[in-house]
Design a protein around this ligand. Sequence first.
Ligand SMILES: Cc1cc2nc3c(=O)[nH]c(=O)nc-3n(C[C@H](O)[C@H](O)[C@H](O)COP(=O)(O)O)c2cc1C
Length: 182
Amino acid sequence: MKFLLLSGSFRSDSRSLAILNAIQRRFPVHDFVLPDLTVLPFYSEDLAFPKPTAVEGLISEVASADGIVVCSPEYNHSVPAVIKNAIDWVSRPAFESVLKGMPVTIVTQASSPVGGARAQAHFKLIFDSTLSIIHPVHEMMISDIDRVVGLDGAIIDAKVSNRLDRHMNGFFDFVVQISRQR
Ligand SMILES: Cc1cc2nc3c(=O)[nH]c(=O)nc-3n(C[C@H](O)[C@H](O)[C@H](O)COP(=O)(O)O)c2cc1C
């Protein structure tokens, strides 16, 4: 299966990117695409006809994916603008976009003990508006992220690593289940 990985951060030492890279390494049986969302212009309807090439590229990656995996930090109790902007671009036409019926799982991380819980809730609200199918499990929130991801970007906390494997395996099963019901 093919999965689109959406990061909420693109700084060089991003722990969100580290987690998405770890997912790619741990599940080589699947194909993954991790697009650079910083190349997208800020959404404006003035730019929407015709859409910028980078936007068209992202839309076709979503269209050909079996599911989406989000990994993001929380910014000011919500979701970072870079990923919200990407979702906004892909979400048109409203209720008929490539996000409709797309299985999505959400991983948030933070250095705080809350693990990005508010961003997690906001992502659910956002993907609900796009009629995506949100993976219905206990949230995958990673707290104390400074201790979980090492300086080389590897996940060094065995418990979190096992929890992430379980979460992702659950999501892969969920995607198969949904495709059988379609
Ligand atoms: C603008 C900004 C706002 C932030 N707001 C929050 C917040 O509301 N809650 C929280 O837990 N962490 C907050 N943080 C901390 C980040 O979530 C945390 O550093 C995260 O691990 C960074 O992710 P990254 O390594 O993928 O860039 C904020 C960081 C920035 C830069």
